[in-house]
Design a protein around this ligand. Structure first.
Ligand code: FES
Ligand code: FES
Length: 160
């Protein structure tokens, strides 16, 4: 049905895209299937697990709870954009690697995007603040301690 289609323009990781999408298409499915950015993971599809977290104009959002049309005229950041142009890891990625902050890795993209926005707002967090900021992202594997250690290390490195 043509009248269910919408033209959208958005930036994803700094690249501009024009697309025609159905009104019911979720942002998570648009990113994964239409743009082939499968680093954004889909777990619960109910806004609970945080695996699908991306940044919308710098703010973390659940991409499984948003429609692609709602991203029209906005800037999205996904895990694929976290690595620098030369392939260097973001300090959060490097610290997760250094502290063994992941096992299966399913939660990791959502956690890294959530923590990117968090450290933008709070460059010197306490461990309790990191744990609170992580509370919306479920990890089945790690027990969180290594993730917390990684975020604390990344914060220190980013402060220089
Ligand atoms: S897949 Fe979106 S919050 Fe779980
Ligand atoms: S590392 Fe497996 S869910 Fe977090």
């Amino acid at each position: 049905m043509d009248n269910d289609l919408h033209d959208i323009t958005l930036k994803v990781n700094g690249t501009a895209y024009n697309a025609r999408v159905e009104s019911r298409l979720l942002l998570s499915d648009f990113l994964r299937h239409d743009l082939a950015l499968a680093g954004t993971h889909v777990g619960c599809e109910h806004g609970v697990c945080g695996a699908c977290t991306v940044l919308l104009d710098g703010e973390p959002v659940r991409s499984c709870l948003m429609l692609a049309v709602q991203a029209n005229q906005h800037a999205i950041s996904t895990i694929e954009g976290l690595t620098g142009p030369s392939g260097d890891y973001h300090p959060l990625q490097q610290a997760m690697h250094d502290h063994h902050g992941l096992q299966c890795g399913y939660c990791t993209p959502g956690i890294l995007m959530t923590m990117t926005a968090f450290l933008d707002e709070n460059a010197s967090p306490s461990e309790d603040e990191v744990r609170e900021a992580l509370s919306g992202n479920l990890c089945r594997c790690t027990g969180y301690q290594n993730i917390v250690d990684a975020v604390m290390t990344a914060a220190a490195r980013m402060r220089g």
